[in-house]
Each structure stands twice: as C-alpha cells, then as structure tokens.
Design a protein around this ligand. Structure first.
Ligand SMILES: Nc1ncnc2c1ncn2[C@@H]1O[C@H](COP(=O)(O)OP(=O)(O)OP(=O)(O)O)[C@@H](O)[C@H]1O
Ligand SMILES: O=C(O)[C@@H](O)C(=O)CO
Length: 423
C-alpha cells in the first residue's frame, strides 16, 4: 500500500467522521479507523483519521492514546499530523486538548502549532480569539451547561493557556484576511516572542482557505474540522467526486438515536410528524429490568420492510435531568447506550444495511457493538455528517452503510433526507 499524506487523530467518533467528510470534500480519499489499528493500513488512501474516544478522559490517558495513534500514523508515512477536537472546544481547565497538543509537539520535535475550532459551515467562528456558536459567545450558547465539559469562557487563548506549559498567542482576523505571507510573518513573530501555539481567527470558509497554504509543512495542526478544507491543496489534491464514491447501498433502513441535543430533538419530532414509525424507549424501564431491546426489535421487524423506522431515547433536558436524578448521570447514560447498541446490532442482524446513529457517545457504543474497525467515507448528507461504508469483524455488519451524526449537526429532516441520498 502507498504512504498516506495526512495523518489525523480525532478525540471522538462523530468528530472523526466530520473531519474525514471535510477532507473528502476537498478531494482526499479517506478512511477512518476505530481506535489505533494493530496492523499496517490495508487501503490506498490519502489520509487516515484515527478515531479515539478521548475527549473526556484524563490528560495522561489521552496523551498515551494520542501518542500511540501518532506512532501508527508515522509508520504509515504521514507527512503532516492533524489533531481534531470539537468545534465547541469541549474541554475544561483540566481538559486534555493542551496536554495532547504539547505531547504531540514534543514527539514531532516541533516548536509551533495552531489551534482553531472554527467551522463556519456549522456556525462556529473565532473572532479576536473568542469562539462563537451561531450568534452568541460559546459561554452563552448552552455549552456553559454541558454536563461533562461546561464551557464558561469563550476566550480560547485563556482556555488553552490554562492547559498548556508553552505560551499561547493569537493570529487575528486582520492577519488572516491578508493571506499566506502575512500569516507566515505573524507565525515567525510569535515564535520570536517564545509563543508555541496560536489560536487563529476564522470568520468564513474564505479565511480557512487563506489559512491552508500557510500551514503547508507545519508538522502538527490542531483544529476542529474546518481547517481541513484548506489542507488537501497543499498536497496537490483538488476536489473530485470520486473521493466520496461508496459501493452501492441496499437492504433495510433504520435510525437509532441516543442524542438529547436540541438539533436531535427537532429531528425526532420531524420524523414523527412526517408520519414515519418511531418508538421511544424509556430509561426507567431499562433500569427496572425490562428487555427493552427485545421489545424494540419485535416492534421494528414488521414495520421495517415498508421503510425506515426510528428507535430513540432522545428527550428534552428536563426529562433527561429527571432520569439522571433517579439513576445517576453515568449509569443512565451507560444503560441507554448499551440498549441502543443492542438494538442497532439486532437491526443489522435482521437485514438493516443503512443505519443512521445520532449522538457521539451513542455512536461509539453502536460502532463497538457492531465490531466495526474501519469506515470508508462517502458523500456529505449535511455539513459535518457523511455517509460511511463499514468494514467489520462481524460478518453481519460488513458492508453496512452507516452515518454517525453529531448531536448538534444536521437539518430537521435529517432522518428522512439521509436515506434519499443513497438511492
Ligand atoms: N432519555 C435519556 N435520559 C438520560 N440519558 C439519556 C437519555 N437518552 C440518552 N441518554 C444518554 O445521553 C448521552 C447522549 O450523548 P451522545 O454523545 O450520544 O449525544 P450528544 O451529546 O447529543 O452527541 P454529540 O456528543 O455528538 O454532541 C448518552 O450517554 C445517552 O445514553
Ligand atoms: O466538531 C464538532 O462539532 C463535531 O465534529 C464533534 O466533534 C461532535 O462531537
């Protein structure tokens, strides 16, 4: 197999497909691996995204996993490394984005990198170092109440500095607007001031496309998925439809959703309002010992021959809080994830070959239950969400078309629209 150009390390599974999607749209052939593979790469591609589940784990463990991924990517010939985190920069002062960045810098023996979660296609922009989600600052966007990674400060220079030993600086929008030469000059100036990492402003895709050429040859880039739109051109790659070609899809269609984010709540409602079959599952019944997965599969089987079905635990924040109050946050999450993963597996065993999964943690549980080891990345359904084609150790799940939807991504009609794209 040929050597890869770009080696990527993503801190969660849906985030990994988001990054892979932007690379594919810019012309790269990409596979996503679930965890760091044990053997050599068995595919002819331009980039590999190693999907970790490291977003909320302790820095020492995240560093160890990321360095293992780095070593594997280097062994596949990667010329540049991309550390992908969330477009809402999910991490507290004790978070691991800084420690992982610095460990990768040390391993790559590089003295400078950039950091920017900007993803304008999904309304994440960075201005004077402050991250906006839509029209509001990150800490007014709801992210200040995130159960695991509450973001109470939108100033990314401060947030990253709190996690880093190296000094953190800023490349602001005025520099970015002037393009490659100005960005490179600013990088040299920051380095001379002893700064090791700089947050980069980006208000639009044009900013990201101006940033791209200035990153050519930088050993490590750290970012959300947005920066990816400007990197393939550095390797002489231009957009092509072939990069996103997947084998033809067939089989039955289903959606499973464990995401409780606002966008997913709207998507569940839209699917129900469209008159499609949908079954809500109740975490308290799972806790009471009812075999909810078996019930859901018995419900789905007669319906699924006629079109896509949805099984969801999606609920609004009050309902989720009430369940968490009774069962505990972690126990409730784990119980629901296990049940949805069992349903996903059961659906695939019963002939589902096109599966939509909503929610990052939920996706992790489903992908693991299906023993999926590798995903080939196909066409985009909505910004940040592509169809994928699965390689799996489980014979049933081999060749399944799968999409892993981040909680906050996708239009309201996503659960119906997704299937129309595979016809
Ligand atoms: N009704 C419910 N009550 C309590 N917990 C739930 C309920 N439904 C789902 N959960 C749990 O909430 C968590 C949702 O996280 P998940 O990452 O899947 O979605 P998300 O946060 O919307 O997605 P993303 O991480 O992509 O933004 C999971 O642990 C899931 O099991
Ligand atoms: O960057 C994002 O917002 C997503 O790719 C993600 O990481 C969601 O978990």
């Amino acid at each position: 197999m040929g050597k890869i150009l770009l080696g990527c390390i993503a801190d969660d599974f849906t985030g990994a497909t988001d990054l892979a999607n932007n690379l594919v749209r810019a012309g790269m052939r990409v596979v996503q691996t679930i965890g760091t593979p044990s053997g050599a790469l068995d595919a002819e591609v331009d980039a590999v995204v190693v999907a970790l589940k490291s977003r909320t784990i302790a820095p020492s463990e995240a560093v160890a996993q990321s360095l293992q991924a780095l070593a594997w990517l280097q062994a596949q010939g990667a010329q540049q490394i991309y550390f992908k985190y969330c477009s809402t920069f999910d991490s507290t002062p004790q978070g691991n984005i800084g420690p992982v960045t610095e460990a990768l810098m040390d391993a790559l023996k590089t003295d400078f990198t950039i950091a920017t979660p900007a993803f304008p296609d999904n309304q994440r922009t960075v201005f004077k170092g402050y991250l906006f989600a839509g029209d509001v600052l990150l800490n007014e966007s709801g992210m200040q109440n995130h159960p695991l990674t509450p973001m109470t400060d939108a100033n990314l220079v401060r947030v990253l500095q709190a996690q880093c030993k190296r000094k953190v600086g800023l490349i602001d929008y005025r520099v970015v607007a002037r393009g490659e030469a100005a960005i490179r000059a600013r990088i040299e100036q920051l380095k001379a001031e002893g700064i090791g990492a700089a947050v980069v402003d980006a208000l639009s895709n044009d900013d990201l496309l101006r940033l791209g050429p200035a990153l050519k040859g930088m050993p490590l880039v750290t970012a959300g998925s947005g920066v990816a739109i400007g990197l393939p051109q550095n390797f002489g790659i231009t957009p092509s439809t072939q990069a996103s070609e997947l084998p033809p899809a067939g089989g039955l269609q289903a959606v499973v959703s464990g995401s409780c984010s606002l966008a997913t709540n709207r998507q569940v409602l839209a699917f129900i309002r469209a008159g499609r079959p949908a079954l809500g599952i109740d975490p308290l019944r799972i806790a009471a010992g009812v075999d909810v997965a078996a019930e859901a599969l018995a419900w789905a089987v007669p319906l699924i021959r006629k079109g896509p079905v949805l099984v969801y635990s999606t609920a609004d924040s009050n309902a989720v809080k009430s369940v968490q109050g009774r069962l505990g946050v972690e126990a409730a999450g784990a119980m629901v994830e296990r049940t949805i993963a069992a349903i996903a597996r059961g659906l695939v065993e019963r002939g589902v070959r096109q599966l939509v999964v909503a929610g990052g943690e939920t996706s992790g549980a489903c992908v693991q239950a299906l023993n999926i080891t590798q995903l080939q990345i196909g066409p985009q359904i909505d910004p940040g969400v592509p169809w994928c084609h699965a390689l799996s150790d489980a014979a049933d799940a081999k060749g399944v078309h799968l999409t892993l939807k981040s909680g906050n991504f996708g239009s309201d009609d996503f659960f119906s629209k997704a299937f129309t794209m595979l016809r």
